[in-house]
Design a protein around this ligand. Structure first.
Ligand SMILES: Nc1ncnc2c1ncn2[C@@H]1O[C@H](COP(=O)(O)OP(=O)(O)OP(=O)(O)O)[C@@H](O)[C@H]1O
Length: 240
C-alpha cells in the first residue's frame, strides 16, 4: 500500500545573504506531518534566519520557504495555521499569565474560553494568576507556548524552546511535543544542543554554516550505537 506523507513545512533552495554573510545557503528540506522535527546545528548555522523566512519576517535572497505549500504572507488567517515562539520577548511583569492570554485572545479574535483551554494544555493553570514577573523560565516558556496555541495551529515553529529549562522542564517539554505530534500536529524545534535535542525529536534537519548536513528520521540519520552529536561531528569533519 502506498504511504502518502504530507510535508507542511518546505524549504526549496532557500538562501539568505546579509551583506557578506551567507546565513542560509541553498537549503532544501521537508518537515513531515505529525512529527517533532529537530532543526539542529551550531550557533550561527542559520536556524533562526530560516524560521524567520518561514514566518515571512525575513525575505529570502533566493528560493522559497512555505507552510502548507504557501508563503506565510499568502496564508488566510496565518495564526490559525502556524504558531510560533521565536524571540521570547518579555511579558508585562505586573500582568498575570491569564491576563496576558486574554489580551492575545482578544487581538486574535478567539473566544475568552480559549484562554483556560490553552492554560490547561500547557499545565499552567496553577500559576495563571501570578504576575508574569514572578514566573520561572520554565513557566514563562509554557506561557509562550500557550500563546502560540491560541489559534489551534496544526503547525508550530519553536526556536530553542529547551534553552534555560531544567531537567524536569525538558522532560515536560518532551512529553508535550510528542503529544502534539501524536495529535497530528507538525512541530519544528530548533536547537544548538544536539545531545539534548536528540531526546526531544523523532526527525531531524541538520544544518551547518547555512547548508544542509543531514535530514530524515532520527533512526536513519544516526547509525546504531552512535549519537547525533557524534554523527554531526563526523558529517561536518569535526571528527575523523
Ligand atoms: N539581521 C542580520 N544581519 C546580519 N547578519 C545576520 C542577521 N541575522 C543573522 N545574521 C547572521 O547570519 C548567520 C546565521 O544566524 P542565525 O541567527 O540564523 O543562526 P542560528 O543557527 O539561529 O544561531 P543560534 O544557534 O546562535 O541562534 C550568523 O552569522 C548571524 O550573525
Amino acid at each position: 500500500m502506498e504511504v502518502i506523507v504530507n510535508h507542511p513545512i518546505q524549504a526549496r533552495s532557500l538562501t539568505k545573504r546579509f551583506g557578506d554573510v551567507l546565513a542560509v545557503d541553498d537549503l532544501t528540506f521537508d518537515v513531515p506531518e505529525a512529527t517533532v522535527t529537530g532543526f539542529l546545528g551550531p550557533n550561527g548555522a542559520g536556524k533562526t534566519t530560516t524560521m524567520r523566512m518561514l514566518l515571512g519576517l525575513v525575505t529570502p535572497t533566493a528560493g522559497s520557504a512555505t507552510i502548507t505549500g504557501r508563503r506565510y504572507a499568502d496564508l488566510d488567517r496565518p495564526a490559525d495555521v502556524v504558531g510560533a515562539v521565536l524571540d521570547r520577548a518579555g511579558f508585562h511583569p505586573a500582568r498575570s499569565a491569564r491576563d496576558h492570554l486574554r489580551v492575545y485572545a482578544a487581538m486574535g479574535g478567539y473566544p475568552a474560553s480559549r484562554v483556560d483551554e490553552v492554560l490547561g494544555l500547557v499545565a499552567a493553570t496553577g500559576f495563571a494568576d501570578r504576575p508574569a514577573g514572578t514566573l520561572s523560565t520554565g513557566m514563562r516558556q509554557r506561557l509562550h507556548l500557550a500563546t502560540a496555541l491560541l489559534g489551534r495551529p496544526r503547525i508550530l515553529l519553536l526556536d530553542e524552546p529547551a534553552n534555560g529549562l531544567d531537567p524536569a522542564g525538558i522532560a515536560w517539554l518532551r512529553g508535550f511535543l510528542s503529544d502534539l505530534a501524536r495529535d497530528g500536529r507538525t512541530v519544528l524545534v530548533s536547537s544548538h544542543a544536539l545531545a539534548e535535542a536528540e531526546r526531544l525529536v523523532d526527525h531531524v534537519v541538520v544544518v551547518s554554516a547555512g547548508r544542509l548536513v543531514a535530514a530524515g528520521p532520527l533512526a536513519t540519520v544516526v547509525p546504531a550505537g552512535s549519537s547525533l552529536e557524534q554523527t554531526f561531528l563526523t558529517l561536518t569533519g569535526g571528527v575523523r
